[in-house]
Design a protein around this ligand. Structure first.
Ligand SMILES: Nc1ncnc2c1ncn2[C@@H]1O[C@H](COP(=O)(O)OP(=O)(O)OP(=O)(O)O)[C@@H](O)[C@H]1O
Length: 635
């Protein structure tokens, strides 16, 4: 059925529109006749309704009746709705028109790859960024490298050491050089030194940083060259200074110097605060004349802790570092972390000539090596070849550690001169430079590592279990404090008496004891009269006791450096060793993460102990615990 549309009633015009239409009519009237075209009234009407201001006349519309279809209102709204879903920001559009213009057979839009986020740089990439060039150029040394020492004859076999020293080493049972020594000795004992070339003011030596695993022979790597070089000296001056973090290490290194330097006439001194200050002063310097040129040293080599060194620098007359040919910082990362009175800055300043000092004639000794070359410009007369020649301090800094820091701030404080790095790595497959950059440490290949996760309240029981079950003796046991050490030893004594056993002797070694008590205990342990020594981290670094076959971390170490040094008390010099770590359940996650970050977790054997294992000794343990409570109650 066809419906004839009724014309819509005329709309009410606003005053503004009426004014507009009037002006429009007037404009049309004023137009020239030729330009005018016939218009259709309806068209004019619709145009004016649309509100467009257009002077162009519409072509005449045919006079037809308009037949309109019923409006598809609902459909239109739906389309509009869809559009809104898609483009929220756009103006509503004439959807009808739009659908009309989109051709149906368009090819699909090309798809572009999604924007990609660049991968975050790996930890290793980050570690290598901004790395010191000296570290990048490090000499990598394979830990398995050995070099036989020819005992007799002119040929040194590439070791760089003289005949006398070779004979001495062989006498000490050292018939081959360990990896770190194979590189360092020839480097430090370059040709010419044996021709009485003590100082090299015009061609000063390069400083050295060494990273090598625990027990790999770092001590001999500096003791041998120092003895070799200083043996040519005429006047006794303090020419080698070895700084170590603890008194026990000072004693140990002194013994090595004495053994290696036997028959060379070098005088060796120590300063640790173990003796009175005046006693130490009398050992180190002679004479009453203050500021005697070059100091008046009684020792060629001084081995000391940083605190006591600073005391002597500040308060001992005639104590001078102007002659230093070697400054050794062993356990360097630990010492550089120690800011005691800014010891390093004070030591370095003392090796350089002061700007305001001029030596007087009577102070000037006659022997040619009595005043260090770098200090000779202070003399009141020119010294050949010319006073204007630039002479640098010949003090060569040697840094050693199994966990060498790469902290640029700490290394910068050392003011290293053209440093040369040596990195000893256990495996050929690892990247030693990257490992140092990422604080991943090389361990002795002969070390076996185990961990045992335990309930914290039963930790002593687990500890006694591994001692008995695995026959642990000749062991160092590390705890977190002196108090914890004392308690564990006491509990073990009660445990042993409950078992009616006295085969295993266990003693505490801690800062609670006097220096003499500690020495006695350490000597007994070295003589194997004491089987197990329980200690805090006091002796976790550097201490070299060859028969230590086990290390137990009763309290798990809180950082990787501590772990490396503790476990490094065994498996030294190529011997095998076992390291155990007891990890409380609540610490397990942290400990595992620490190990994983150091790429070391896979090396750990994980062990368990349940009631089946612990049951047989639980009764003794509970009895010991009761006795311990009672004894603490009494005290
Ligand atoms: N060439 C060698 N031949 C035989 N034994 C050696 C040799 N070099 C060193 N040793 C012995 O190896 C042991 C470990 O040496 P040293 O104490 O110097 O290790 P280290 O690298 O300083 O360890 P740490 O990092 O724990 O201080 C010592 O007993 C030392 O006498």
């Amino acid at each position: 059925m066809v419906v004839v549309a009724q014309p819509a009633p005329p709309k009410q015009k606003t005053k503004a529109k009426q004014r507009y239409l009037k002006r429009k009519k007037e404009r049309k009237k004023n137009k020239p006749k030729s330009a005018a075209r016939p218009t259709h009234k309806d068209a004019e009407q619709s145009e004016s309704d649309s509100g467009e201001d257009d002077d162009e006349e519409e072509p005449p519309l045919p006079n037809v009746q308009v037949v309109e279809k019923p409006p598809k209102k609902r459909q239109k709204i739906e389309v509009q709705q869809e559009m809104e879903d898609v483009e929220m920001d756009e103006e509503p559009v004439n959807t009808q028109q739009q659908t009309n213009v989109i051709p149906q057979d368009l090819p699909p839009l090309p798809s572009f790859p999604l924007p990609e986020h660049p991968d975050a740089p790996s930890k290793s990439d980050l570690a290598l960024q901004g790395l010191d060039q000296a570290l990048i150029d490090a000499e990598l040394v394979n830990a398995s490298r050995l070099l036989p020492i020819p005992p007799n004859g002119e040929e040194d076999g590439g070791t760089g050491i003289g005949e006398k020293m070779r004979r001495r080493l062989v006498d000490l049972g050292i018939v081959e050089l360990f990896a770190v020594q194979t590189s360092l000795l020839p480097f430090l004992l370059s040709k010419g030194l044996r021709d009485h070339d003590l100082y090299r003011p015009y061609n000063p030596p390069r400083d050295v940083c060494v990273s090598a695993p625990t027990g790999s022979g770092k001590t001999l790597a500096y003791v041998v060259p120092i003895v070799e070089v200083l043996s040519v000296r005429i006047v006794t001056r303090l020419r080698a200074l070895v700084v170590l973090p603890t008194r026990d290490l000072v004693t140990q290194v002194r013994e090595t110097f004495e053994a290696v330097g036997k028959g060379r006439g070098l005088k060796i001194g120590t300063a640790t605060g173990q003796h009175s200050f005046s006693h130490e002063q009398a050992q180190l310097v002679g004479g009453n004349l203050a500021s005697l040129a070059g100091g008046l040293s009684r020792v060629d080599i001084l081995i000391c802790t940083p605190g006591r060194l600073i005391d002597h620098l500040n308060e001992t007359p005639n104590f001078s570092l102007q002659h230093l040919r070697f400054l050794v910082i062993d356990e360097a990362d630990r010492l550089l972390a120690q800011s005691f009175q800014d010891w390093l800055a004070q030591v370095l300043a003392a090796t350089r000539p002061p700007s305001d000092l001029v030596l007087k004639h009577k102070e000037i000794p006659r022997r040619h090596d009595a005043v260090a070359p770098a200090f000779r410009s202070l003399l009141p007369y020119p010294v050949l070849p010319s006073i204007m020649d630039r002479r640098e301090s010949s003090c060569q800094k040697l840094l050693f550690s199994a966990t060498l820091t790469r902290d640029p701030g700490k290394l910068a404080a050392l003011d290293l001169r053209d440093p040369k790095y040596f990195i000893v790595q256990e495996s050929k497959d690892t990247d030693g430079i990257l490992d140092v950059a990422m604080d991943k440490f090389s361990m002795p290949a002969t070390l076996t590592e185990r961990m045992l996760v335990c309930e914290s309240s039963l930790k002593p029981l687990f500890f006694f279990y591994i001692i008995l079950e695995h026959g642990i003796t000749n062991a160092l046991v590390f705890t977190k404090s002196a108090e914890s050490t004392a308690r564990l030893v006491r509990l073990f004594e009660f445990f042993e008496s409950a078992r009616k056993s006295s085969t295993t002797t266990m003693k505490a070694y801690s800062s609670d004891l006097t220096a003499n008590e500690r020495k006695t205990i350490l000597d007994k342990f070295k003589a194997q009269e004491i089987k197990i020594l329980v200690c805090s981290d006091l002796i976790s670094r550097g201490i070299d006791i060859s028969h230590v076959s086990h290390v137990v971390s009763y309290d798990a170490p809180i950082d990787m450096r501590k772990y490396v040094h503790r476990v490094g008390r065994t498996a030294r010099a190529g011997r095998s060793g076992d390291a155990w770590t007891l990890v409380e359940e609540q610490e397990a996650r942290y400990f595992k993460t620490m190990m994983k970050e150091a790429d070391h977790f896979a090396k750990l054997k994980r062990l368990r102990a349940g009631e089946k294992e612990l049951g047989p000794i639980r009764g003794f343990y509970e009895s010991a615990l009761g006795q311990l409570k009672e004894s603490y109650g009494k005290t």
